[in-house]
Every structure is written in structure tokens, then in C-alpha cells.
Ligand binder design. Structure first.
Ligand code: AMP
Length: 243
């Protein structure tokens, strides 16, 4: 019999809980066996308390068991690394890469505009129609991808930020009805972003100004897809990413 697995998730905010208007500081999650649950909860608490975005006054750590029948194994996106000189060049590159997918130029330009116009970071991702560029998600929370982790971490050999982005991007790429993703971080020290489509993660430097704590994600949605099915998969279906 295979071992029972648990999802451990942390979110931390300043000025109260997120749902009462608190400012998001940090979030993390993993899927582990029972003997690792305490260790991971401790390490997530430490991470929340020592974050460059400030000191949280709200930390929520949730642990729940994953029913074996719901767990799915998915492949990693492959990685292509790009080199650019500044934000302008990075955005031009991101646009030209995304345009190789079935996503329209109008939708790509609107997605950049949505991210650039954000007054503060959302907790989740915007869902955007891949042809018209219209926003499909409701409210200002966005859709949070959750219940995911990877095995073979040590073989990937990259920083925590990139590892987490790769796991998230892999889950997003494995979701039927999503044609691509655009992202840059809300971490003030981390200006690397990416676009991903057709199973490839294009890592691009200088996607935003250093010191900015506004980041975001856009998922481009196929017009024939059922939004409820996409959201249920992203938020609740447990996945483990592996080579
Ligand atoms: P990060 O790469 O963690 O700095 O996140 C950058 C932005 O992506 C955040 O400001 C959120 O808007 C969004 N985001 C972060 N985590 C998630 C997630 N688990 N699911 C969906 N969107 C997320």
C-alpha cells in the first residue's frame, strides 16, 4: 500500500487576514508524508516571519489529507532561459513568444495592461479570454493554484522561487483549456518573470522594476473551455510534478 500524503499550506498577511483586507506577505505549500508535516509547518512559519515584504501579523497553516484516488502525476514543463538588457526588451520578447501560441495579440497586450495597472498584488491569477482579452475571473482575488508539489527537487537544481514557479506553471500547463501564462513576481528583490505555453517555460529577466512589490499572473483561457472545471482543477485537484 502506498503511503498516505498530506497537503501543507501556509499564507501570511499584514494588517489582518487576507479575507479582511490584510496585505499578502508570503505563501507556500507542499505535499508530504505524515512524518514530514511538523517539519514543513515549522519551516513555512519561519519563512513567513522572515520575508522581505515585511512582518506578518496573521499566519495560517492548514494541513489536510489527500485522498489517494484524487492524486494525479503530471510532467514538468521544459525550461528555456532568455537573456535581455531591460524591461522594454523583456516585454517585447514575452509578447513575441506568447504570440507563437494561439493567443491573440490583443489578449496579450491587454494582459500586460492588466498587470501594469494593478494598484496592489492580487492573491491569485487573472483569467483572460485568449482571443478577446476580456477578464473572466470575478472580483479582485484571482484564482489560486493549490494542492501541488514536486518530487525529484534536487535534480532540478534551481532556487526555491524558480522551483515553486515551475511546479505552478507545470500544473497550469497540464490544465485543459489553458493556452498560456504570463507572470512576474511580487517579491521586490525578484525581477525575473516568465511566459509559458505548449509545455515550455520561458524564463525572462527584467520583467519588472527592482523594488516593486506588485506582481501578478494571467492565465489565457480557450474560449471553448468550461471555467468551473478549470478553477476546480487549479484550486483543488492534488498534483505531483515529476520528470
Ligand atoms: P510570486 O511569483 O509568488 O511572487 O507571485 C506573483 C503573483 O502571482 C502574485 O502576486 C499573485 O498575484 C500570483 N500568484 C502567486 N501565487 C499564486 C498561486 N498559487 N496561484 C495563482 N496565482 C498566484
Amino acid at each position: 500500500m502506498s503511503e498516505v500524503l498530506y497537503s501543507v499550506r501556509m499564507r501570511a498577511a499584514q494588517g489582518g487576514p487576507h479575507e479582511l483586507g490584510g496585505h499578502h506577505i508570503s505563501g507556500a505549500e507542499c505535499i508530504v508524508t505524515l512524518d514530514k508535516v511538523g517539519e514543513m509547518a515549522q519551516s513555512f512559519a519561519n519563512r513567513a516571519l522572515h520575508h522581505s515584504k515585511g512582518e506578518p501579523d496573521f499566519i495560517n497553516i492548514v494541513v489536510d489529507m489527500i485522498p489517494e484516488t484524487t492524486l494525479q502525476y503530471i510532467p514538468y514543463v521544459s525550461i528555456e532561459e532568455h537573456y535581455t538588457a531591460d524591461i522594454k526588451e523583456s516585454h517585447e520578447l514575452a509578447i513575441s513568444l506568447l504570440h507563437k501560441s494561439p493567443i491573440s495579440l490583443m489578449a496579450i497586450h491587454k494582459a500586460f495592461q492588466y498587470l501594469q495597472d494593478l494598484p496592489c498584488s492580487m492573491r491569485g491569477a487573472m483569467l483572460v479570454d485568449s482571443i478577446t482579452g476580456e477578464r473572466l475571473d470575478v472580483g479582485d482575488r484571482g484564482v489560486r493554484v493549490s494542492h501541488m508539489d514536486s518530487i525529484d527537487n534536487e535534480r532540478i537544481g534551481c532556487n526555491t522561487h524558480m522551483k515553486e514557479a515551475l511546479v505552478l506553471a507545470s500544473k497550469v500547463q497540464s490544465c485543459e483549456g489553458i493556452l498560456g501564462e504570463l507572470c512576474w513576481s511580487d517579491d521586490p528583490d525578484y525581477t525575473v518573470g516568465y511566459v509559458s505555453f505548449c509545455g515550455v517555460y520561458h524564463r525572462i529577466p527584467h520583467m519588472k522594476a527592482i523594488g516593486s512589490d506588485i506582481g501578478g499572473r494571467v492565465f489565457f483561457i480557450d474560449k471553448n473551455a468550461r471555467l468551473e472545471t478549470i478553477i476546480e482543477y487549479l484550486e483543488n485537484t492534488p498534483v505531483i510534478v515529476r520528470k
